[in-house]
Design a protein around this ligand. Structure first.
Ligand code: WTA
Length: 634
C-alpha cells in the first residue's frame, strides 16, 4: 500500500524530494503497486512537445490492483456500497470478491461480443454498480472505456461515440433521478442513428418498463451474462503507457476534447492522491457524491479508492430527493467517514432549513472534501460548522479532467487549512503563476495564471486523435509548461486560491461548459443572427450562463417563446445542464475593429460590474454597449 504522509514535516520532506528527484520519489511510490513487470525508466518527458511518459517498460493491469490483490486478505471487505435513488429500495453491498467475479464475468461478455484490447467502448449509464463493473471489465481486457455522463443529449453522445469510434455501447433502459424517469435507451436510439462504428448495444434493465430493442444490435445485460460459463477472466497485460480510458471535456472551441489517460501513471497518481489527501484508514466508509461520468467519479469513486482497498459509496439519486436531508440520511445510515462533494451542492443544501441536517447523526464524519469550482467563504463555513461540526478538516481539492488526480489540496489533518484556498501542491506537483507577459511570478503574494512546471504521473497523454490540439491547448501558452486555463492567487505562505477560468470555459454547478458549443447551438435557430454567451456569478450554481442575442427583423414569435426555443436547442445539442439563465436580445454585439466580439465587456455587464469597462472607444460600435447596459437583465 502507498505510504501515507502523517505529518506536516514529512509532507515538506516528501515535497522537496519529489522536486529534486522525481524519478526516485515516484519510483518508490510505484513500487507499492502490483506490476507484472517493473518499468525500465520512471519518467521521460519533453513538455515542449507535449510528450510525457511514465513507468515505460512496466507491465500491469489496473484491475489486478483494484481487485485481485485485495482478495487474499480483504476479499470479504465491502468494495462498493450502492445507495439507490429511492430510499425504500435496498442498498447493495458488494465485496471485493464479488466485484472481482462480476467484473471477470462481464469482461467475458465483452470478449464474447468481439471487444479486444485497444477497442473503444462507450458507457452511457446511470449511477448503478453495473457502471463500475462495465468500466472495470473494459480495463480487465484492455479495452478503452469512454464514459459519457448520462445527462448529455443524444447529439452530444453520438459526437463522442464518433470521435473515438466506439464499437460497443453499454447503457440502461431507464433510470429515476428523484421523481423524474429518464429513458436512457431512447436517447441512445436517437444517437445511434448516426454512429456507424457501434456494432452492438448491451442494455441493463434498471426498471421494469418495456424497452424497445433492435434485433441483431441490442441485447440485455442479463441475457449476455447467461451466455457466459467462465467466471474467471485472465487480465490483459498492459504497457504502463497504454490508454486506460478516454473522457471528454469541454474546450474553448466547439468540439469536445477526448482526454486520454494512461494505465500506469493514472493508477499511481489517483491512488497516491486518494490515500494522502483523504487519509483513508482501514474501516472508513468513503463517499464521493460525483457522477462517474465525470473525472471525479473515475478517480475518486472507482480507481483511486479501489486500488487503495477502500469501501466506496455510489449514490444513484439527487441531494433533493425525497428531501434536502437525503445526503445526511445516507451519512447516518452508512456511517460515512469521508464525504466529498461540490460547492454547488453545499450552497443548494445551505438554502434549506438546518433542521434537515440536525435530524441526522453525522458523528461518523472525519473528513470533508470539496471539488469542481472555487468554494466561497460562506459555503466553506456552513460546511465546516454544520456538517463537520468544526472538527472535520475540509480538503478543497483543485484539479482537472486533464490532470487525472488532485493537484493542489490540503492533506486531511496533516497540512494547514485556509478557508477558500486549495492551499498547497501535492508532492510531485510544481505550480507556477504566470504574468500577462508570460513570465513566471516568483514573489508572493501574487495573482496570475496557473501553470505547471513539471509533469506528474496522471497527466493526460493526448487528446484522442488530435495530438496537435493537445499541444496547442496546454503546452503552447508557456514554453515547457502545462497551462491549466485557471487563474490563481498565492498568499505569502505559498497557499493557492483558484480564482476561476481565464478562458471561454464556464463552470456551472461544477460542470465545465465551453461557451463555443453553446453559441453554436443558439446560432442554429432560424431567428438568430449571432450571439455571445458568457458566465455570471450565481448564488447556487457558482456561475450561470447569460446570452446576448441578435435576431432577424421578421421574427414571428415573441421574445419569450424564442427564449424557450433557444433553450430547447441547447438541451438537444448538449444537454439540460447547458441551458441559459438569461437571454437578452440586443441590436448588436460589441466588436473590435477586426470583428472580434468583446466578451470581456459582456462578462462585466452580465456580472453587474460596470464601474470599469475599460476603453470602449476602440470598438467598432461603442453605442451598443450603452444599449446593452440599459436593457440589461441583471
Ligand atoms: C475548476 C474537475 C477551484 C477549475 C475535477 C478547473 C476548481 C476545472 C476546483 C476542472 C477547486 C476544480 N477550486 N476551482 N477546488 N476544482 N476546479 O475538468 O476551474 O471537470 O480548471 O475537473 O474546475 O474541471 P473538471
Amino acid at each position: 500500500m502507498v505510504q501515507k504522509i502523517h505529518s506536516y514535516k514529512k509532507y515538506k520532506e516528501d515535497y522537496q524530494e519529489s522536486v529534486e528527484d522525481p524519478g526516485k520519489f515516484w519510483g518508490k511510490i510505484a513500487e507499492s503497486f502490483l506490476w507484472r513487470k517493473k518499468w525500465d525508466t520512471v519518467l521521460e518527458s519533453d513538455m515542449a512537445n507535449a510528450d510525457v511518459k511514465w513507468f515505460q517498460g512496466g507491465k500491469l493491469n489496473i484491475t489486478e490492483n483494484c481487485l485481485d490483490r485485495h482478495l487474499e486478505k480483504n476479499g470479504n471487505k465491502t468494495a462498493i456500497i450502492w445507495e439507490p435513488n429511492n430510499p425504500d429500495e435496498e442498498s447493495r453491498y458488494i465485496t471485493y470478491r464479488q466485484l472481482y467475479v462480476k467484473v471477470s464475468r462481464f469482461a467475458n461478455v465483452l470478449k464474447n461480443n468481439g471487444v479486444k484490447k485497444g477497442d473503444r467502448v462507450c458507457l452511457y449509464m446511470p449511477m448503478i454498480p453495473e457502471l463500475s463493473i462495465a468500466m472495470l471489465a473494459c480495463a480487465r481486457i484492455g479495452a478503452i472505456h469512454s464514459i459519457v455522463f448520462a445527462g448529455f443529449s443524444s447529439t452530444a453522445l453520438s459526437s463522442r461515440i464518433n470521435d473515438s469510434q466506439c464499437k460497443l455501447l453499454i447503457t440502461a433502459n431507464e433510470v429515476y433521478r428523484g421523481t423524474k424517469p429518464i429513458n436512457l435507451k431512447a436517447v441512445c436510439d436517437e444517437a445511434l442513428e448516426n454512429t456507424p462504428s457501434i456494432e452492438k448495444v448491451i442494455v441493463y434493465r434498471r426498471t421494469v418498463e418495456p424497452t424497445q430493442m433492435k434485433e441483431g444490435r441490442d441485447s440485455f445485460w442479463f441475457e449476455e451474462l447467461q451466455k457466459i460459463e467462465n467466471f474467471e477472466c485472465e487480465a490483459e497485460e498492459m504497457d504502463a503507457e497504454d490508454p486506460l480510458f478516454i473522457l471528454y471535456t469541454s474546450g474553448s472551441t466547439g468540439k469536445p476534447k477526448g482526454m486520454v489517460h494512461s494505465t500506469g501513471g493514472y493508477m499511481v497518481g489517483s491512488t497516491y492522491s486518494f490515500q494522502n489527501v483523504f487519509q483513508y484508514q482501514k474501516d472508513d466508509i468513503y463517499w464521493c457524491t460525483a457522477d462517474i461520468g465525470w473525472i471525479t467519479g473515475h478517480s475518486y469513486i472507482i480507481y483511486g479508492p479501489l486500488a487503495a482497498g477502500a469501501t466506496t459509496v455510489m449514490f444513484e439519486g439527487v441531494p433533493s430527493y425525497p428531501d434536502y436531508g437525503r445526503f445526511w440520511e445516507i451519512v447516518e445510515k452508512l456511517k460515512v467517514t469521508h464525504f466529498y462533494t461540490a460547492p454547488t451542492a453545499i450552497r443548494a443544501l445551505a438554502k434549506h432549513p438546518l433542521s434537515l441536517v440536525e435530524k441526522y447523526d453525522l458523528s461518523s464524519l472525519k473528513v470533508l472534501g470539496s471539488v469542481g469550482e472555487p468554494i466561497n467563504e460562506e459555503a466553506w463555513h456552513w460546511y465546516n460548522d454544520n456538517i463537520g461540526k468544526g472538527t472535520c478538516p475540509i480538503v478543497d481539492t483543485w484539479w482537472q479532467t486533464e490532470t487525472g488526480a488532485i493537484m493542489i489540496s490540503p492533506l486531511a489533518g496533516v497540512t494547514p487549512l485556509r478557508p477558500t484556498f486549495a492551499t498547497m501542491p501535492l508532492p510531485g506537483v510544481q505550480p507556477a503563476l504566470m504574468d500577462e507577459h508570460g513570465k513566471e511570478i516568483t514573489e508572493s503574494p501574487a495573482e496570475g495564471r496557473l501553470a505547471m512546471k513539471a509533469p506528474w504521473p496522471s497527466i493526460a497523454r493526448t487528446i484522442y486523435g488530435d495530438h496537435q490540439r493537445y499541444k496547442d491547448t496546454y503546452f503552447s501558452a508557456y514554453s515547457g509548461m502545462y497551462f491549466t486555463g485557471d487563474g490563481a492567487y498565492r498568499d505569502a505562505m505559498g497557499n493557492y486560491r483558484i480564482t476561476g477560468r481565464v478562458d471561454d470555459v464556464v463552470i456551472v454547478s461544477g460542470h465545465n461548459l465551453g461557451t463555443a458549443p453553446i453559441e453554436n447551438a443558439v446560432d442554429e435557430h432560424d431567428a438568430v443572427v449571432e450571439c455571445a454567451v458568457v458566465g455570471f456569478p450565481h448564488d447556487i450554481k457558482g456561475n450561470a450562463l447569460y446570452a446576448y442575442v441578435t435576431k432577424y427583423d421578421e421574427v414571428r414569435i415573441s421574445d419569450d417563446e424564442l427564449r424557450v426555443e433557444i433553450n430547447k436547442l441547447i438541451a438537444s445539442s448538449i444537454g439540460a445542464i447547458a441551458k441559459l439563465d438569461k437571454i437578452q436580445f440586443v441590436s448588436g454585439l460589441p466588436k473590435t475593429r477586426s470583428g472580434k466580439i468583446m466578451r470581456r465587456i459582456l462578462r462585466k455587464i452580465a456580472s453587474n460590474d460596470t464601474s470599469n469597462l475599460g476603453d470602449t472607444s476602440t470598438l467598432l460600435n461603442p453605442e451598443v454597449v450603452e444599449e446593452i447596459m440599459e436593457k440589461s437583465l441583471v
